[in-house]
Design a protein around this ligand. Structure first.
Ligand code: URA
Length: 169
């Protein structure tokens, strides 16, 4: 599945891979993580219509659990196989800012030694775009153990998105 958004979007958000609902509908970030993302973008004052949303891996990798399809982490070889599509999306859109959502996207784009715990929410030097930053994946927020943690993590996520929006020229 390809990304979606305006050809000249100033912000590109890069996730890991489509989930169950994305796979069924053919659109990125339309499931639970997508709804959280929409809410966070709105709170950060960013219109999703102005954002190009994509993933490092273009297919949904899953394993069956009963009737459900459960997300499975992609292998490095799958990330590498999909890389030409992502590079082409970046080359065509030429976003001013790239936001990596989660460690898989961050390590795919910024190197295997990139540590989200250490560099989350910080701009990093990269040839990919003038502004590049990694933050958590909205799915990680949804997995928070309690409502308080979820609220706090959502607020930090919104802060990261707001930081990026505020730095656009
Ligand atoms: N998670 C992702 O990383 N990407 C999607 O498109 C949906 C959920």
């Amino acid at each position: 599945m390809f990304g979606e958004g305006p050809r000249r979007a100033r912000i590109m958000l890069v996730g890991e891979q489509p989930g169950d609902q994305e796979d069924l509908t053919g659109h990125p970030f339309v499931g639970p993580a997508g709804r959280l993302l929409d809410q966070a973008l709105a709170e950060a004052g960013v219109d999703r219509q102005d954002v190009y949303v994509t993933n490092v891996v273009k297919h949904f990798k899953w394993e069956p659990r009963g009737k459900r399809r459960i997300h499975k982490k992609p292998r490095a070889s799958e990330i590498a196989a999909c890389r030409p599509w992502l590079d082409t999306e970046i080359a065509l859109v030429r976003p001013e800012a790239i936001v990596c959502l989660g460690a898989t996207a961050a390590q795919a784009l910024l190197g295997r030694s990139f540590r989200l715990t250490a560099h989350r929410g910080l701009f990093v030097d990269s040839a990919l775009a003038p502004l590049v930053l990694a933050t958590v994946h909205p799915s990680a927020i949804l997995r928070a153990p309690d409502a308080e943690t979820r609220h706090r993590e959502t607020a930090r996520f919104v802060d990261d998105l707001r930081l990026v929006a505020g730095r656009l020229s």
